[in-house]
Design a protein around this ligand. Structure first.
Ligand code: HEC
Length: 133
């Protein structure tokens, strides 16, 4: 009974957290889709699938564990990616697919260890990120 209660309150906390984040954030899916040619809705699922939210606080995605990476709030108005590349759809997709390659030779060391993000997935993820106003 106690275990059931704990599960219920965990679900409630998650729901409240989602309700709170969705209040303070705005999304423009049309903009994200037209900038990248990707699908922001699918991108949201792929962000969860690739566990991006285990390191990043991402608006509209429930917070998962700690956050080692920078928060990706208001992504559409960011000018740079990792303080190094202009924040264009092409560069963002490239970065998501190959964070190691992008940082190679720059003297920076990427802590992003995820792999296997396919081009189609990166496009949808970029579409979602560019929807975050
Ligand atoms: C293991 C932790 C980790 C995971 C998992 C991770 N990231 Fe990152 N990410 C980082 C760190 C740390 C940085 C800071 C720059 C660097 O080291 O590459 C970063 C930087 C970024 C940036 C640039 C942020 C800025 O302010 O310019 C974006 C965009 C990004 N990550 C997207 C993603 C996406 C999308 C995924 C999932 C496919 C992902 N990350 C998964 C740790 C992570």
């Amino acid at each position: 009974m106690i275990a059931r209660c704990k599960k219920l309150s965990a679900a409630l906390i998650l729901f409240l957290a989602m309700a709170l984040t969705s209040c303070s954030e705005k999304f423009d899916y049309d903009k994200g889709a037209s900038m990248t040619g990707g699908n922001p809705q699918a991108g949201m699922e792929k962000i969860i699938l690739h566990d991006c939210h285990s390191c990043h606080v991402i608006p509209g995605i429930p917070i998962n564990r700690d956050s080692r990476g920078p928060a990706l709030k208001h992504w559409a108005s960011h000018t740079m990616i990792a303080k190094k590349w202009p924040n264009t759809p092409e560069n963002l997709e490239d970065f998501i697919e190959h964070p190691e390659r992008m940082l190679h030779g720059t003297g920076l060391k990427s802590e992003m260890t995820m792999s296997n993000v396919k081009p189609g997935d990166a496009k949808d993820i970029a579409a979602y990120l560019f929807s975050i106003e």
